[in-house]
Design a protein around this ligand. Sequence first.
Ligand code: PRX
Length: 657
Amino acid sequence: MTEDDVNLEARLEEQDTFEPPESFVEQANVTDEGIYEEFEENWPECWEQAADLLSWDQEYDTVLEDGNAPFYEWFTGGTLNASYNCLDRHVEDGAEDRTAIEWEGEPGETRTYTYGELLEEVEAFAATLRDLGVEEDDVVTLYMPMVPELPIAMLACARIGAPHSVVFAGFSADALATRMNSASSEYLVTADGYYRRGDALDHISKTNEGLEDVDHETTTIVVDRLGDDLDHTLEDGQHDYEELVDDNRGESVEPVTRDAEDMLFLMYTSGTTGQPKGVKHTTAGYLAYTAWTSQTVLDLEPGDTYWCSADIGWITGHSYIIYGPLALGTTTVMYEGTPDYPDKDRFWEIAEKNEVDVFYTAPTAIRAFMKWGKEYPERHDLSSLRLLGTVGEPINPRAWKWYYKHIGGEECPIVDTWWQTETGGHMITTLPGVNAMKPGSAGPALPGVDARIVDAQGEEVEAGEAGYLTVQKPWPGMLRTLYQNDDRFIDEYWREYSDPDADEWVYFPEDGAKIDEDDYITVLGRVDDVLNVSGHRLGTMEIESAIVGVEGVAEAAVVGGDHEVKGEAVYAYVITEDGYEGDEELSEKIVEGVVDAIGPIAKPEEVVFTPELPKTRSGKIMRRLLEDIASGNELGNTSTLRNPEVVDDIAEQVQGD
Ligand code: PRX
């Protein structure tokens, strides 16, 4: 490091508040801090601002319908189509030749779709889906890698009023089957494979394996991504994407008018139990909210080139690669592969080449960039960047400052956006042209969002004290229910802090948090049994049930341990059945079992065999203790355990490595 670097590091180290750069504020979409008061005084009508970003077939008559809380409805009486809002209206406004999607494959080829071309592709695929029998309200599952056919399929579904259910391509065959069965989804769009670090990965075999466990007839469309790099044969009920679409090129498909509250999509996410939750998002509220937050938080404008490096298989990709940016008419960048192939500067090469204005990624990626070193971004001209964002997990101040300095060149504000699959869009973050930033703290709740930190009794805690994050007023992007499971919806999110008798409903996202004197919220992490591995949400119960499904395993407890890049890593503590050895072979089988049931993202970092799990006198597993062992923390008092002697044994195994 040069002396200048050292001085700068020292200065950054001490600084805990950063004002947004003047150059950013001058051009920002929102600069008036009066927006907070305006939204508060004019709630819920303030959300008309979001609805005004959309084109309606029929205007809504009520902003918020709260007669049947917590089954809130937004913009009722209105009708619209999401694909029309993301495509046709921009073409009608003369933006036909503006780039909608700039795609890059991992091997380096690119595809550019203008708004006009994307509309044509979407219409051709919408016609294809109809030909195959897809009707309004049929759930279409999309099990696809990051290829342009994925957004095309999403928008085609939206066009004909068929909700999509995207299943992350990294998930296993089992995960696909569970989700298709749960949604009674009879249509599947998939791909033969995709490229990862130079290899052609087979995806179709996994798809076929999953389809064997689907308990109803299915029709499948297969995108040929790999060409000669992977031969595949189509089975009965399977069709080639390109062949079908070619027959429908030039077809025009009128966008179906959808009710504001009609389902736009389903997205499965992990919860406390082994069964994933089907989060239901509807057309108007979700689209209005993602468009509004894209404009206010990500500061997007139609002329911008914007890149969110998430996978569309997660909510971030839905809201902030596809729906929000395209509703605003922005150019959105999509990349198929990993950030370190062929070299660790791949992201910065893409950012430079496309002159990306706004870049949005996850803290886990930033930690990896930090580890690789600043020389990689330094190889590229990143001066086109004007705003940076992060999402998915808490970002520590060191990683924040590295991102600020080495990617943003100290000229880009950073928005640390807290939100969830369930919230549809951003909830807690600074407004980049309004608020100062405090590294490590997401920021204040957005205007119109009533976030409060409470204790176990639901009373607000003092500034600086840790408590539970709650949201005490509804918002347009909120989930409407869990698919075909209203009871679980109430149990999971509303039971804890609401007072149904008084018709007072409080949303509980199951995160811990604290708030400071300036109302900045620092999110501390999940308080349920859900892990956040590389920004991916994984239920410990799901992993445990995969492990106990392995022959020779009697009991398992899964917890998260600190990890330098992943944030949290999966630690599995396993008791074997009598007659089985806790050896390398069983350990491998366990890892395999988890990969088969969920996917490689859930792979245990370590499998620890133990004759017993530490339990309280009432028989509850002491997870906190297992977490401390995994993270290498000092172990507190263990005398309240029924079996304190096992703790040292386990700790020695894990920490002795
Ligand atoms: O624990 C919070 C964490 O990610 C959870 C939501 O995960 P998921 O539904 O998969 O959505 C991720 C992308 C929106 C939250 O309950 N989380 C998300 N963003 C942040 C965060 N934790 C701290 N800071 C954030 N900015």
